[in-house]
Ligand binder design. Structure first.
Ligand code: AQP
Length: 325
């Protein structure tokens, strides 16, 4: 199967990005044709620093590698190095009703949080272009991106009906566990890298930071360690994170924690995360010293993606009556 997914280069990759997206990518890369992209064009829709932006993009490529994406198996590249993403986005804009963009949850949230711009509104059209450009069959993402992939499917269907069969209609793939990790400071909101640092655990946090952040995580009234999202959102989130990283069922963890306190749960979780995230931190440190190697991976990845994208765009231009030169 052809797989496409991406992460924005701004902010620190957190355990939510890992469990919602990257963990799936690692499982998929062995048996599928995978394209994993650092979506830099998406990231510039919200405030960022142009001076450090290239460094951030490079860092995210390192994160992919450190987390276990194998460049021999998957294509890793920067979105902006394949110009066809932007070109296709423009064409898809012409078949996307504005009303559908205004109802996107992420648009509503981001346009409240930041100064509104057309890029925030058109974010999902660019995402549709990323996906459709490669005739992607499966898009592995976290729960929050489901709505955007559904829109990409609608855009593909609409385009196909106007101009004739052109795009593969993709499927979204969301894991049952870890698709929506919640914020440590407000467990009713999803963990997000653009929020306060205490609200998320980065994949590369030091053991001290992990312990500090987990010890400060918001919990609930009562004493019982029980998964109950409605009445115990804080404890439920900690149990979910525990389950993701221990690969144990929540019921099993509840049993183990039966006579323990919230503090015991936090201590155990901090130790578990420290142990599981340690290899990522070590690999990242190692790769940070090999910048040329990482640049070469991105260059090769872009070359491979470009061949696929150019071929598809030729077909698309022909379909919409534009010139191919
Ligand atoms: N809390 C989460 N739980 C599970 N999956 C998540 N993802 C994001 N947050 C969670 C998944 O991570 C992938 C990459 O996300 P992104 O960087 O493209 O943007 P995002 O979804 O907007 O992620 P953030 O962390 O909230 O970033 P900011 O704060 O920059 O907007 C996606 O597959 C997403 O589902």
């Amino acid at each position: 199967m052809r797989i496409f997914s991406g992460i924005q280069p701004t902010g620190n990759i957190h355990i939510g990005n890992y469990s919602g997206a990257i963990k799936q990518w690692i499982d998929l890369q062995d048996k599928n044709e995978c394209l994993f992209c650092v979506v830099d064009l998406h990231a510039i829709t919200t405030p960022y620093d142009p001076e450090t932006f290239q460094k951030m993009c490079m860092e995210k490529a390192i994160v992919y590698l450190a987390a276990g994406i194998d460049p021999e198996k998957a294509i890793i590249f920067l979105q902006s190095s394949v110009k066809e993403h932007s070109e296709l986005c423009w064409l898809l804009n012409t078949v996307t009703p504005l009303g559908e963009l205004y109802r996107m949850t992420q648009y509503k949230e981001k346009s409240q949080k930041h100064k509104e711009n057309a890029g925030i509104l058109n974010y999902p059209v660019l995402m549709a272009a990323d996906i459709l450009l490669y005739d992607t069959e499966v898009v592995p993402v976290g729960e929050d991106q489901k709505q955007h992939v559904e829109l990409a499917k609608d855009i593909a269907r609409r385009f196909n009906s106007y101009f004739g069969e052109t795009f593969t209609v993709p499927k979204v793939q969301i894991l049952k566990t870890g698709a929506r990790v919640m914020s440590l400071s407000d467990p009713t909101k999803k963990m997000s890298k653009s929020d306060d640092e205490d609200s998320y655990i980065s994949l590369f946090d030091s053991p001290e930071k992990i312990r500090k952040k987990i010890s400060r995580a918001v919990t609930d009234t009562g004493k019982e360690i029980k998964y109950d999202k409605k009445n115990k959102p804080g404890i439920s989130n900690l149990l979910s994170i525990y389950s993701i990283f221990s690969e144990k069922k929540i019921e099993e963890i509840e049993k183990e924690m039966k006579d323990k306190s919230y503090k015991d749960l936090k201590d155990d979780l901090a130790s578990l995360l420290t142990e599981k995230l340690e290899p990522f931190r070590r690999k990242k440190e190692e790769l940070s010293k090999r910048e040329i190697y990482v640049q070469e991976i991105l260059k090769k990845g872009a070359e491979r993606a470009r061949v696929m994208a150019e071929e598809k765009m030729e077909e698309v231009r022909k379909k919409v009556g534009l010139q191919n030169n």
